[in-house]
Design a protein around this ligand. Structure first.
Ligand SMILES: Cc1cc2nc3c(=O)[nH]c(=O)nc-3n(C[C@H](O)[C@H](O)[C@H](O)COP(=O)(O)O)c2cc1C
Length: 340
């Protein structure tokens, strides 16, 4: 979870409790990622993962970003800041990060927003790293398998944060699959292990996706609220605040569809935000920073999955244990039902 949520302390607590903690390197520099890996290694000797974003193609309509910048001018003066430079970088040092991960291998690397080249996946395998790639359709999952990844993450439309679609196609908006449908379709489409992600907040839901054909589950929003999470306190509180009644997929903050709690910024700018990632991400960065400084949750990107109301503010290790106990109980119920 990029944006300062998946800090080493959170990843360490999850891995120590028997889960697989992840560091978010999507928005980090290669050196920033390396420093976090070192820090994490000092906190745990258990396996962990590092998540990377695929570099994105040039924005098709740069003029649309200029228009959006004009539409955000009022926000900049409200928060007494400047808009960011939309051209601040398209890949955040992807190649440099891969080089670090080949020189200093980690147990697992996962990829979001596309499929890495076969050579990348092969070279990571050669240094002993397991690779995972997100897919949001059965076709994308087949592409992940063809490229040679070890496992595919099937990300349902319920998921918090960015949809990991391989290409951002605005015409496909609204066609996202719910997790159970997606897992069943992906299971029948590929032979590699499937990790289910999206809206999972309880162990019983993990049992459900395992029964549907997944081999593992990935939880994001549930851990945003954890004590060790680096999420802004307002973000953590908002997950269960009755003020936020629903989530929506929006391009308002980054230019790519991502699920967040509906707040003022999303409501006002979501309807016309262009498909231009990461340009819009860079453009809005100072606004989000200023909103955080001002303690204004209405201007933050409150990433959250559809299950956000069920978030529990616990130490991450305890949350892993509770989820494991719920999973065990649900599986006992399932097998007892099967035996009748
Ligand atoms: C705050 C937040 C940040 C996220 N950042 C990333 C990221 O950097 N890379 C990534 O692959 N997925 C990211 N995701 C998506 C998760 O990997 C996962 O698909 C999602 O959290 C699952 O749905 P859930 O949030 O309902 O559990 C993020 C999700 C959240 C909630």
């Amino acid at each position: 979870m990029a944006g300062g949520v998946a800090v080493p302390q959170l990843a360490a607590a999850v891995s120590e409790a028997g889960g697989l903690g992840f560091l978010a390197a999507g928005y980090k520099t290669a050196d920033g990622m390396y420093q976090e890996i070192k820090q994490l290694r000092g906190l745990t000797s258990r396996p962990f993962g590092v998540n990377l974003f695929l570099p994105q193609p040039e924005t098709a309509a740069p003029a649309a970003v200029d228009v959006y910048a004009h539409q955000l001018a009022g926000e900049a003066s409200w928060y007494e800041t400047e808009l960011g430079d939309p051209d601040s970088g398209r890949d955040d040092g992807y190649d440099a990060k891969l080089a670090v991960l080949l020189d200093n291998p980690v147990p697992v690397v996962s990829f979001h927003f596309g499929v890495p080249a076969r050579e990348v996946l092969d070279s990571l395998r050669r240094v002993g790293t397991l690779t995972l790639v997100t897919a949001t359709t059965a076709d994308e999952a087949r592409a992940v398998e063809r490229a040679g990844a070890d496992a595919v993450i099937a990300q349902g439309v319920e998921a918090g944060g960015h949809q990991g679609t391989h290409r951002d196609v605005p015409e496909a908006d609204g066609s996202g699959l719910g997790l159970l449908s997606l897992v069943a379709q992906v299971r029948e489409s590929v032979g590699i292990p499937v990790v289910a992600a999206g809206g999972i907040m309880r162990g019983g839901q993990i049992a459900a996706v395992l029964a549907a054909g997944a081999d593992a589950a990935q939880l994001g929003t549930a851990f945003v609220a954890a004590h060790e999470s680096g999420a802004h306190a307002l973000h953590k509180q908002a997950l269960t605040d009755p003020l936020y009644v629903r989530t929506e997929l929006t391009r308002a903050f980054s230019g790519r569809p991502a699920r967040a709690l509906v707040n003022r910024f999303l409501r006002e700018h979501g309807p016309y935000a262009p498909a231009a990632y990461p340009d819009v991400h860079h453009l809005t960065a100072p606004l989000r920073k200023a909103a955080a400084k001002a303690g204004d949750a209405q201007g933050l990107a409150l990433w959250a999955g559809q299950g956000h109301r069920m978030a529990r503010e616990l130490p991450a290790g305890q949350l892993v244990e509770v989820l494991a106990a719920e999973l065990a109980a649900a599986r006992t119920t399932l097998s007892a039902g099967g035996a009748r």
